[in-house]
Design a protein around this ligand. Structure first.
Ligand code: NAD
Length: 358
């Protein structure tokens, strides 16, 4: 029996989660819900994903431009075990009563406040504690990056205190309305919200975060300084731990990856003919030359592809909610299907049967 999944909100995150659901051997993408007949609605139809109407948009708005409609959001909710809400910030909370009334489990995104769900989630950090809940919030892209890295460091060496300076992208590549397009804009609130957000999945983590926004769309970059409880033997020991953990990609010095332009060029190159996982990069990206350990002090950079890093965690959150398997098994299954497992080619997309586009 596959877990039946619907995705409400088909933008930057929603369309990627829908594609990822369609690749999983144990999940079925029942449909996606949209409010407006945009190019992304056409993409859903082209991929064979049944399209449902969110909100009160008349179906004629879609059918008049040749986009078949399978029903309303309520019809989709009646057919699924889990809904992934990938609507803009705060809309997930507005949608929550709909999900509760339909009796479906729900995954929310990091733009929502933590109390929208029974728990906040990051697969490497707290999968086991999240199993069997009715709702989970996958923490934001930056917080996912921090939580993954902390999940490597904490069990091995302990963390006395973690400091992160986040260099944040101004907008996503498809977003023409946000900035800055010049200048560096500090987030004056210290700590930025990322530190407290990381504590929603790792409550005992002592962490201080500060953030600046810069005019780029490609990725975020974190500058980390961690004071450890116990000293590793050196940088090599810490690098080996990151290398051995799923969802980390390390670049060696000889690869000539100076910064995020080459990182995303790598992602575009890696995108196979099967169409996944690129041009995305769902792993935390570390530079081997950019990690240094001095006694109990560790320093490293990591780059975070904001558009895709939370996608594997959304898939694991679905399995945690339904409580079908343990964390390591879910992570391995997700990554294998997405082509993230070392050497593993991505699985083909299994689109549900849909009426052909007129
Ligand atoms: P987006 O604007 O790209 O996509 C949201 C989609 O939801 C759009 O297609 C929009 O038309 C649709 N929508 C709006 N109102 C709706 C409604 N009432 N019902 C159904 N659909 C509706 O936004 P996004 O970047 O995908 O962000 C979604 C969530 O993911 C937010 O909580 C955000 O904070 C979080 N998130 C975003 C990023 C990122 O970098 N983009 C990273 C991690 C988490």
């Amino acid at each position: 029996m596959k877990i039946r999944v619907g995705v409400n909100g088909f933008g930057t995150i929603g369309k990627r989660v829908a594609d990822a659901v369609a690749r999983q051997p144990d999940l079925e993408l029942v449909g996606v819900a949209k409010t407006r007949p945009t190019f992304e609605a056409r993409r859903a139809v082209d991929r064979g994903y049944p399209l449902y109407l969110a909100g009160d948009t008349p179906p004629e708005k879609f059918t008049a431009v040749g986009l078949p409609v399978a029903g309303r959001l309520s019809d989709l909710l009646a057919k699924v075990d889990v809904v992934v809400d990938a609507t803009p910030e705060d809309i997930g909370r507005e949608n929550r009563p709909l999900y509760e009334a339909a009796g479906v489990r729900a995954v929310y995104q990091g733009g929502e406040e933590a109390d929208v769900a029974e728990g906040s989630f990051s697969a490497l950090a707290n999968y086991e504690a999240s199993r069997g809940k009715r709702s989970l919030r996958v923490v934001s892209c930056n917080t996912t990056g921090i939580a993954r890295a902390a999940s490597v460091v904490i069990p091995r060496w302990g963390v006395r205190h973690w400091e992160v300076t986040l260099v944040r992208r101004a907008a996503d590549p498809g977003d023409s309305k946000r900035g800055p397009i010049d200048g560096i804009v500090p987030t004056l609130q210290i700590p930025s919200h990322h530190g407290p957000d990381a504590q929603t999945v790792l409550p005992d983590l002592s962490i201080t975060t500060a953030a600046v926004v810069v005019p780029t769309t490609l990725m975020h970059v974190h500058v980390n300084h961690v004071t450890l409880e116990r000293a590793p033997s050196g940088s090599a020991e810490m690098l080996a731990a990151f290398r051995a953990t799923p969802r980390f990609h390390l670049f060696a010095g000889w690869e000539g990856v100076d910064g995020t332009p080459q990182v995303m060029e790598f992602a575009r190159d890696r995108a196979g003919p099967a169409g996944a996982p690129g041009p995305d990069l769902m792993e935390n990206v570390l530079w081997e030359k950019g990690l240094r350990v001095e006694g109990r002090e560790a320093y490293f950079f990591q780059a975070i592809h904001q558009e895709s890093i939370v996608v594997p965690e959304n898939i694991d959150a679905i399995r945690a909610l339904v409580n079908v398997t343990d964390g390591p098994t879910s992570i391995a299954r997700t990554d294998q299907a997405l082509g993230l497992a070392p050497g593993g080619p991505p699985a083909p997309v299994r689109a549900p049967a849909a009426s052909p586009r007129p």
